[in-house]
Design a protein around this ligand. Structure first.
Ligand SMILES: Cc1ncc(COP(=O)(O)O)c(C=O)c1O
Length: 364
């Protein structure tokens, strides 16, 4: 197959799916795939055997979830536009509003639909300000228990997403206790609570039994159905980006230029200033792997190899599924801006519009 291509390996996806299925059985939680992390729908049939459905962050994602991922479909977005709400409701089993303002605005439109509200507990595990839902002045969810309590009769569920790449069970437990203490009164009035994503329970050595017991206890204490929204935990390690070396150079370091680009094909790494992963990363030869775009910093990282690299060598970047394929670039399924041209006479014409079919076609 001609490189570059992302390779999703079902044999590497399967262990994650089996852990998710085990957690569902052991704890009673329902697990929804977070499409913001991974929306490559050709493997949705496979994944949906182990999961309960999907959750979304936009109209396009919720529609993709409804059309392609069996089971429940949750709708959430930081903000819905007036023209989107009807279709979002058509495509979803539950809608989670990000603010009381949006809940009120769409109160009539969403009458009779299962509704929830996102709550920001003010604590998180993110190491990056950019990705920290509890950062100062965060717009991600309502934070005041009294204000949430005042609209409790309009909703039946809450969504908290404050774990970010959290591989510490103790920290998860600590933050859930804090949520119970601060929002327990209103949780008691609910039928369901989603704890979002960000819990790395499919990772090696994670005490998944403790997590199952804690989730079960949380559900029983409040008489609620608990949901998790794994993204990364579902697809971690399941895909690679396959590339070929096109040229080599030396400029103080060994440089290999590949037929791909971190800016175009693994943007998440560039945003967070993290290197790509190559396995094994051993051997006497040290090489900087560079993208073929003209961006000077289009560099995948520096890696070790057994022998000098040469044109035609094939390389695999690991972990190319989560927040990677979705960032080439339909992140969150946010509608791509159209392109319009204003002519010299002042008239404006649209030359290209993008819609749901472009989003769906971009991912498989
Ligand atoms: C509301 C919500 N749910 C789920 C997720 C998925 O998180 P992860 O991919 O870390 O599991 C995110 C990630 O940003 C999120 O914002």
């Amino acid at each position: 197959m001609q490189t570059p291509y992302y390779l999703i390996d079902k044999s590497r996806l399967l262990p994650n799916m089996e852990k998710i299925a085990w957690l569902r059985d052991a704890s009673g939680v329902k697990c929804l795939l977070a499409l913001k992390c991974f929306a490559t729908w050709s493997v949705f049939d496979f994944m949906s055997k182990y999961m309960d459905g999907s959750t979304s962050s936009s109209l396009y994602e919720v529609r993709l979830g409804r059309e392609k991922f069996a089971g429940e479909t949750h709708a959430y977005s930081v903000a819905y536009a007036d023209h989107e709400i009807e279709q979002v409701l058509d495509c979803s089993d539950k809608i989670i509003f990000n603010s009381i303002g949006q809940l009120n605005k769409f109160a009539d439109a969403s009458q009779g639909h299962i509704r929830g509200l996102r709550v920001n507990p003010g604590v998180s595990t993110s190491d990056f300000d950019l990705a920290d839902p509890a950062r100062p002045f965060s717009r991600l969810g309502e934070h005041d228990p009294a204000a949430i309590d005042a609209v409790a009769d309009q909703i039946s569920g809450l969504m908290f997403h404050n774990n970010c790449e959290n591989d510490s069970y103790d920290r998860f437990d600590e933050m859930l206790t804090l949520i119970e203490d601060r929002f327990g009164d209103v949780i008691h009035k609910m039928d369901w609570v989603s704890l979002g994503g960000g819990i790395h329970f499919t990772g090696e050595g994670y005490p998944i039994e403790k997590l199952a017991a804690r989730l079960k206890q949380f559900a029983e204490t409040f008489g609620i159905q608990v949901y998790l929204e794994p993204g990364e935990a579902a697809i971690t390690g399941a895909a690679t980006l396959e590339v070929t070396v096109l040229d080599t150079m030396h400029n103080g370091k060994n440089l290999a230029i590949v037929d791909s680009s971190i800016e175009a094909h693994m943007l998440d790494l560039l945003i967070y200033r993290e290197p790509a992963k190559i396995s094994p990363d051993t051997g006497p030869e040290e090489w900087m792997i560079c993208g073929k775009s003209c961006l000077a910093g289009d560099i995948f990282g520096e890696f070790r190899f057994d022998a000098p690299l040469k044109a035609g060598d094939r390389l695999s970047f690991q972990d190319a599924a989560g927040y990677t394929m979705v960032k080439k670039n339909w992140f969150n399924g946010v509608k791509m801006p159209s392109i319009a041209i204003r002519e010299l006479d002042g008239t404006t014409r649209m030359v290209r519009d993008f819609d749901y079919s472009d989003f769906a076609a971009a991912l498989s």
